[in-house]
Design a protein around this ligand. Sequence first.
Ligand code: F3S
Length: 411
Amino acid sequence: MFLTKEEEKMANGEYGETIRKSMDILIALGDIYGAESFVDIKSAQVSGVSYKTIGEAGLEYLQDLADGAEIIYNENGTINDKSGISTISATLNPAGTDLDNWEEFGFPVDFAKKQIEICDAYSALGISNTCTCTPYLIGNVPRLGDHVSWSESSAVAYVNSVIGARTNREGGPGALAAAIVGKTPLYGYHFDENRKASLVVEVEDKLERADFGALGYAVGQIVKDGIPYFKLANKTYEVANSNLKALGAALASSGAVALYHVENITPEASNAEAENVEDKIVISADDIKETREKLSSAEGYADLVCLGCPHASLEEIQELAEIVKGKKIKNELWICSSISVKAAADRMGYTETIEEAGGHIVLDTCMVVAPIEQMGYKVIGVNSAKAANYVPSMCGLKVIYDDIENLLDFE
Ligand code: F3S
């Protein structure tokens, strides 16, 4: 890789050990993927947060990095430099617990304490512990064409496809290193020529709600790490951003999709050269129905209904509040979201409505990265194809995949 003089100093440790270690990771990644240089980034989204997934080794690595990070002050108290601390917009992925209310929800004590240590180390590195996979709902919002380094797969799909910023599917350590130095190796999805469609998907019938996740799951298995171009039967105004986030999350979990286009909807669809694509498939209503059925590994009663994968928007919390208003829910109900979205839900009265019905807005975590298998739950109800895909393998529990009303039981 070509390094500028400044990048050489960073790599040689002239700006401290945390930056040197981060440059080591990024140069190694650049060499593996054939990058010729670095590009400055505007934003990072860092995964590898839950103690369930990174364990003791991950915690030690982060604390070691954080030990080398410091703010250097001038004699008059102004900031001279930040060594090893991110100075770009950088946010964390979901953690393994609700960081504030872990006791109330019954998260294991030792696990929660380790989780807080992990988040503290990230904070010391300048990564905001807002802990969400939908950072684009809470202020980490790049612009069309911006180079960024994001690592949570559903967030990668969203930021590339719906926002039109540019990232590869980074791993947690690579995105963290990029956040710290403000650069990422320039290759892959950062280039125009790697953002063209590779498969055209014609969807015959209009989709509703959990159909979008089923579509993503079915197509992800076919397209793998390619770039699907969707022609939907729905009118543009009938497709909400929540539908797109569900679609992208599912594509990224059954396949390795980092970018998709939707005709007349996503910002780069008109540059995707879909007219030159030879591979075409048609998805029928029967295909969607069959996929929805396949995504369930249980039927009947879900002892925990867990919504908000990817983390819920205010509109999704509103929808839930309208469904449960004035009723009493029999199931345990979590809707996972971020602290900022919940603040808005509190003000709108949605939180109170959901809590009066017996449900909870759970912050910072989700059904996949939380240790729900240690909390006595057996069957999990989800309206996310990504969660339906991962809960059996990551938690060893059965799932029911359906729309919200069909998952909830009322007294
Ligand atoms: Fe987010 Fe967890 Fe789903 S990280 S995309 S809510 S599996």
